[in-house]
Design a protein around this ligand. Structure first.
Ligand code: ADP
Length: 413
């Protein structure tokens, strides 16, 4: 695994280019964060590989007992197209560290880096058959994994609809356990003691990072009434100045959506928003007529029953709402079927602590957003799924616990 990580470091430039060509992600981001980040994910889990062990147990009768932690077996990893490299290693690194073998199915939109990683794995000396990549479509290659009788566990990241299909396929085949990281509609709550400059940057980055194609996007922004007008003024100005264009250009902050289907889906949600009576503060249109570029889009006067507030859009579209009290903010933030992440912006520690305990979501960011790391467990509540990726937590979903018991005869105790 350490050698695999070194080989990735040696090929950062080429991997970063492939990722940009495949997914429209910013080249500089891939080169400076995502690709070096996956090498470090491998190193983190390589460090855990020789520290995985069971417990010695104290049974209530005369027995000696201990647990063995064993690899669960053959794992199927089905991954999406928005972070092809990060997802690949978020899934495979802990599974490799505990000793599983695996089949990875990258998304059909973005198979290139996964194939490159399979090649590097071979060069690194990962034994034949341990880390396999099978490209293909969801309904064929993906479904073959979730319904396979010889696959022991499936680890999936993608939409809630497909997560449901995967659980059904598992139930109808060999009842393999599933770990599902699904959609989100995460709230960012901005209280009126916040620094408006910082809060508007955070909220904008929260929805525009990776062109909104990120399951933890802060797509519902709640702003307390005392600062609402000033916040909106700053936010809209910054959104208009946001640079959208060629993802290879280092000045650009937002590249094209991944493909035409995604582009059309986002534009149709924008049309819905207009029809439902939300106020379009800025954006709302494609940019140019070549490539799938969409303007940073902000809707205000939005209500919780509107489709643009309920559904995950997976694009640069923010729904902005005003609130009065902390209780109201908590209730409205929780009024969603999802529970992946939430952001809180305040200087008041008591407010931050109260809200973080009251939101049903897997990650709470206070005065920051998208603060990820390989040691931060990551996953959802509610219909955002279950199971955790990253952190030492992730090792456990790829492990079985075996209890071993022997009697103790003629013990003096
Ligand atoms: P998104 O909505 O982000 O495109 P999807 O959930 O559609 O995400 O896809 C995520 C991954 O799931 C992809 O690798 C895709 O090929 C795969 N997939 C799609 N449909 C199925 C299915 N029915 N069974 C298994 N995998 C699937």
């Amino acid at each position: 695994m350490l050698k695999f990580a070194d080989l990735i470091d040696e090929n950062i430039e080429e991997l970063a280019i492939l990722e940009t060509l495949d997914a429209g992600k910013l080249f500089n981001w891939n080169k400076n964060f995502d690709i070096p980040g996956v090498a470090n994910t491998l190193r983190y889990y390589a460090g855990a590989a020789d520290k995985i062990h069971g417990d010695v147990l104290k049974m209530s009768r005369q027995f000696q007992a201990y647990t063995l932690l064993e690899p669960i077996g053959v794992v199927g990893h089905i991954i999406p197209w928005n972070f092809p490299s990060t997802m690949f290693f978020m899934k495979t690194s802990p599974a490799l560290a505990v000793g599983c073998t695996m089949v990875v199915k990258p998304a059909e939109q973005t198979p290139l880096t996964a194939l490159y990683y399979a090649h590097l794995a071979k060069l690194a000396g990962i034994p034949e058959g341990v880390l396999n990549v099978v490209t293909g479509f969801g309904k064929t290659a993906g479904a073959a994994i979730s319904s396979h009788m010889d696959i022991d566990m499936v680890s999936f990241t993608g939409s809630t609809e497909v997560g449901r299909e995967i659980m059904k396929a598992s139930a109808e085949s060999n009842l393999k356990p599933a770990s599902l990281e699904l959609g989100g509609k995460s709230p960012i709550i901005i209280f009126e003691d916040a620094d408006i400059e910082m809060a508007s940057d955070l909220a904008l980055e929260g929805i525009l990072f990776n062109k909104g194609e990120i399951c933890v996007a802060g797509s519902r922004v709640y702003v307390q009434e005392g600062i609402y007008d000033e916040f909106v003024k700053k936010l809209v100005k910054k959104a208009k100045d946001w640079s959208v264009g060629d993802p290879f250009d280092p000045q650009v902050r937002q590249g094209p959506q991944v493909n035409k289907a995604q582009f059309d889906k986002i534009l149709s949600y924008i049309e819905h928003g207009k029809r439902e009576g939300a106020t379009l503060l800025t954006g709302g249109k494609p940019i140019g007529n070549k490539g799938y570029y969409i303007e940073p889009t902000i809707f205000a006067d939005v209500k919780e029953d509107m489709l643009i507030v309920k559904d995950e859009i997976f694009g640069p579209v923010m729904a902005l709402m005003k609130f009065k009290t902390i209780e109201e903010a908590i209730t409205r933030a929780n009024d969603t079927k999802y529970g992946l992440a939430a952001g809180i912006v305040t200087k008041d520690l008591n407010v931050a602590n109260t809200v973080s305990r009251s939101i049903r979501a897997g990650v709470i960011w206070i005065n920051c957003y998208f603060a990820f790391d390989r040691d931060l467990p990551y996953g959802g509540y509610k219909m955002s799924g279950f199971g955790r990726d990253f952190g030492l937590e992730a090792l456990h979903k790829y492990l079985q616990v075996k209890s071993v018991v022997t009697p103790i005869y003629n013990s003096p105790w």
